[in-house]
Design a protein around this ligand. Structure first.
Ligand code: XMP
Length: 521
């Protein structure tokens, strides 16, 4: 993915298809290390010798498989033979233990979520900078290393992991927990310590991010002539704005930014987007296709079906517009987590069908241009800052591609869109008025599929139930419900029940991710 040589040998993350595999890559990049992140399948195809030729260390990620399926033994054996420093995480830790002669079997107690780990060897350099020998970390495993490999040092234990961390010689480490997840205490520190122990050179910063995006852009538009006309699908989110501005600055393309008004945007979203881009000298063409979207959603209740229909229509409409403009390509703000979550990389389990990936065939001959497809969200923001995009756009909270459609449980109707849009505007206004938005990743309203009785003006009413969701997160892979002050929640409740006709109840969603997702559908 990132081409390097000599001084700048990267960390290679071999991804066994876990949920957090790519977060490992992201953390190393945040720490200033170059990373190559490859699915196990790709490593197998290309050969371990080839892919490790230029790397300074190898990290084995977590994954849904069990070591007893022996799916990845050959890869691990071959990497061990290279003598390159290694770090195994979760399943990767178990793989190392098994291949080096330890015993892995069912954990005495499966561990999921926050788990206490006791460090037995605080003097080991992997724990440098830790201020406690009891730390709270994120675990997610059914199997565990029961007996360490011969010669291994057990560095930490937990209730369900007799070998929660181990060192084998001085070049191989394994941890049962997920240091890449932000909820793991000292997680980034552990990764940095391992990189330092392993002598991995640093070399990832602003200019590398810009280079990667520009290089990706140039590769993708190589088939287009200078001055060729392309459409840029602007959603108003951070990603599509950065992709559009990047392409404006670093290509000769004739770019027409198009915002599809599908009728499912939050209140004020389209107007704010047009104004913000105008301030950057970019004039957006807004095309109203709301009737088509709402008609297509009639009678549909399954969330994945709703997403697919929106996705299909979105691309069909863009294609129609592209044809009208005689465009040859389509710029999209797809970022790395979109690629992963949509199963775009072989080996990652599919979670949700995101609208901005897939259906490429519907783009009939249009060249798809995704200059940000190797970048993480915070890198996109850093890139946006380098490109002069104001923070008001870069810090916008994400709105899913299908917009309010996935915040209405069940069938989407014009009436329901209006109810959730008004409730959502109230949630956002109250949070803004109390200056709470900075600590929140996302905050919004959901129109649940339930009904509940209420009394309004002496009359009983069987009305809508609105759920309010506000989460803290750093990358949306995990999240925690925000502890909003009670008065703020009360104000939201009073205003929604008073100002939005048909709503009789307001609930606050307390659930973390996992087990929940951030969106309800
Ligand atoms: P979940 O609900 O999976 O959401 O915890 C994680 C992040 O992704 C956003 N999201 C979507 N974005 N199309 C998108 O472009 C989608 O279908 C979609 N579903 C969820 C969600 O808002 C959160 O930031």
């Amino acid at each position: 993915m990132v081409k390097t040589s000599g001084e700048n040998r990267p960390v290679l993350v071999i991804d066994f298809g876990g949920q957090y595999g790519h977060l490992i890559a992201r953390r190393f990049r945040e720490l200033g290390y170059r990373v190559t992140h490859l699915p196990a399948k790709t490593v197998k195809g290309a050969g371990v010798r080839e892919v490790t030729a230029e790397v300074a260390g190898v990290v084995l990620s977590g994954g849904p498989a069990s070591v007893w399926e022996s799916m990845h033994d050959d890869i691990v054996r071959a990497v061990l033979n290279t003598g390159i420093p290694m770090l195994g995480i979760c399943y990767g830790h178990q793989l190392l233990a098994k291949m080096l002669g330890g015993r892995v079997s069912k954990a005495p107690k499966p561990e999921f979520g926050p788990t206490e780990v006791r460090i037995l060897r605080p003097e080991d350099p992997i724990f440098k900078g830790f201020h406690s020998d009891r730390i709270l970390v994120w675990m997610s495993h059914n199997d565990a290393v029961i007996t360490p490999p011969p010669g291994a040092e057990v560095l930490a234990v937990s209730e369900g992991s007799p070998v929660a961390a181990m060192r084998v010689g001085d070049r191989i480490y394994g941890v049962q927990w997920h240091p890449e997840v932000s909820h793991s205490q000292y997680g980034s520190r552990l990764l940095m310590n391992w990189a330092e122990i392993s002598g991995i050179p640093r070399g990832w910063g602003e200019s590398e991010i810009l280079n990667l995006a520009v290089q990706t852009l140039k590769e993708q538009i190589a088939g287009l002539e200078g001055g060729a006309r392309v459409i840029s699908a602007v959603s108003g989110g951070v990603d599509s704005t950065v992709a559009t501005v990047l392409a404006e600055k670093y290509s000769e393309l004739d770019i027409i930014p198009v915002l599809l008004e599908h009728g499912l945007h939050p209140a004020g979203w389209v107007e704010d987007t047009v104004d913000a881009l105008r301030s950057l000298g970019i004039e957006v063409v807004v095309v109203d296709v709301s009737d088509r979207f709402l008609d297509a959603l009639k009678g549909l209740t399954d969330p994945e079906v709703k997403r697919k229909v929106i996705s299909r229509l979105y691309f069909d409409e863009l294609h129609r517009i592209a044809k009208e403009y005689n465009a040859k390509g389509l710029i999209q703000g797809t970022i790395y987590p979109d690629v992963i979550e949509s199963g775009g990389l072989p080996g990652a389990d599919r979670i949700k069908t995101h609208h901005n990936i897939g259906h490429r065939e519907a783009a009939h001959g249009l060249i798809i241009i995704e200059p940000l497809r190797w970048l993480y969200k915070d890198e996109v923001r850093r890139l946006g800052r380098m490109l002069g995009i104001p923070d008001s756009i870069l810090n916008r909270q994400p709105v899913p591609g299908p917009g309010l459609a996935v915040r209405i449980e069940g069938e989407v109707t014009r009436e329901k869109v209006e109810v959730v849009r008004r409730a959502d505007a109230i949630v956002r206004e109250v949070i803004r008025n109390h200056k709470l938005e900075e600590g929140l990743w996302q905050y919004f309203a959901i129109l649940t599929g339930s009904r509940a009785t209420g009394v309004k003006g002496d009359r009983r009413e069987y009305g809508y139930v609105i759920a309010v969701r506000a989460v803290e997160s750093s990358e949306a892979m995990t999240a925690r419900a925000a502890r909003l002050p009670w008065e703020v929640l009360e104000e939201i409740m009073v205003r929604i029940t008073r100002e939005v006709p048909g709503v009789t109840r307001v609930l606050y969603d307390l659930t973390s991710k996992p087990p929940a997702t951030i969106e309800w559908e």
